[in-house]
Design a binder for this molecule. Structure first.
Ligand SMILES: [Zn+2]
Length: 374
């Protein structure tokens, strides 16, 4: 089966969030069990949890926050757990893995968070408007679990999103043209907070980029991420730690690049750089390639995201090859969105095997049809 078939969008048309989650959980039950087990093991290996019970206690503490902040997405997560026949705590670990690694475990000192993982995200304003894309880099063992969900609730907001089996969503595009990408940041002030894939889904459903930005500002976060939010007319790049949020990038007509370290000086005091991180090398490479290639459209951005210059610390990342370690970081998917057109390009794995899928929203309603760029 061609790898791109993994990313053929799966449609979920339930209005009821619990039923939608249950369908998701039933469809990918064995994969959800496998990925949850992988991530529990990685959390125990890389963070300061004494044992599974300690990890699950911290995971469980996130459920009431999710219920209070995003009741429908809480229902959807419980539905995934029911459908997959797995505990909600395990599904929580699957979703919130990167942040759970940063939260000090019950057993004391944080161990090396390990994985110098990444993601390279790029925004540009080209000949046909805004384009926002990223590589999705994570433990290479996650690659078989990458999927695309096409959510089409008759009474709700349509969303196309990249995800993992059992996960609420990683990045994507909503019916009103709000596109969101993510870079992981490792924070020293991590805490129990809102499960970040639920926040992504909430932002994708927003009426425009500003509303998504305001949702982010109001969210009690758990650990660090950089969020890029664009709707074709507005752009927000926001660096966050567990406790702080700083708008570091604005300007929809500019180009913006980000990897996995903070630009903001205050946030730099809240970040833990993982030894061996490729973040600086990838940002340098992306900046150089951007200046050389001057990408003007989705094809240009796509070529940049697939670059192997500097391999294996390249934008299309292959750190797992370097270390011979299948739990080291690799580009597991690439995504590019054209928010003003309701379109998305997505492909699994390495750009050498490029088999992108071109996807479109069925019910696209452009955000802020009138008004100046801001
Ligand atoms: Zn590659």
């Amino acid at each position: 089966m061609p790898a791109s078939n993994l990313l053929q969008p799966v449609r979920f048309e339930q209005d009821d969030a619990r039923a939608r989650g249950r369908a998701h959980g039933e469809l990918w039950r064995p994969q959800i069990h496998e990925l949850a087990e992988l991530r529990v093991a990685l959390c125990l290996e890389r963070a300061g949890y004494r044992d599974r019970e300690a990890l699950e206690r911290v995971a469980a503490a996130h459920l009431p926050v999710l219920a209070a902040e995003e009741p429908a997405l809480h229902e959807e997560l419980l539905g995934i757990a029911e459908g997959a026949d797995l505990s909600p705590e395990r599904v929580l670990v699957l979703n919130h893995y990167t942040d759970l690694r940063d939260i000090p475990g019950a057993a004391g000192p944080q161990r090396d968070a390990g994985e110098p993982d990444g993601c390279t995200a790029i925004y540009l304003y080209g000949e046909h408007g805004a384009v926002l894309g990223q590589t999705w880099d994570m433990h290479a063992t996650a690659a078989p679990f990458v999927r695309v969900m096409h959510l089409l609730p008759p009474g709700g907001v349509e969303v196309l999103c990249l995800t993992l089996t059992g996960c609420l969503g990683l990045a994507g595009l909503g019916q009103h043209g709000v596109a969101v990408t993510i870079n992981n940041l490792n924070s020293t002030d991590a805490r129990v907070g809102l499960v970040w894939p639920a926040l992504v889904r909430s932002m994708l459903a927003a009426s425009d980029a500003r509303a998504a930005y305001e949702r982010l500002l109001a969210a009690p976060l758990s650990s660090g991420h950089h969020y890029m939010i664009a709707d074709g007319r507005a752009y927000f790049g926001v660096e966050c730690s567990g406790e702080l949020k700083v708008l570091t990038q604005v300007g929809p007509k500019a180009a913006h690049l980000h990897t996995n370290h903070c630009f903001d000086p205050v946030l730099r005091g809240r970040e833990r750089l993982v030894p061996g991180t490729t973040s600086f090398a990838r940002l340098d490479m992306a900046t150089t390639l951007y200046a050389q290639q001057r990408p003007r459209d989705v094809d240009g951005l796509w070529a940049l995201l697939g670059s192997h210059d500097g391999y294996p610390r390249s934008i299309c990342a292959h750190v797992d090859d370097l270390r011979g370690d299948p739990s080291a970081s690799r580009t597991c998917a690439r995504i590019a969105m054209m928010p003003a057109h309701g379109r998305m390009r997505v492909a699994p794995g390495c750009s050498r095997d490029d088999q992108p899928l071109e996807l479109a929203l069925d019910r696209f309603v452009p955000a802020a049809a009138a008004g100046p760029l801001h």
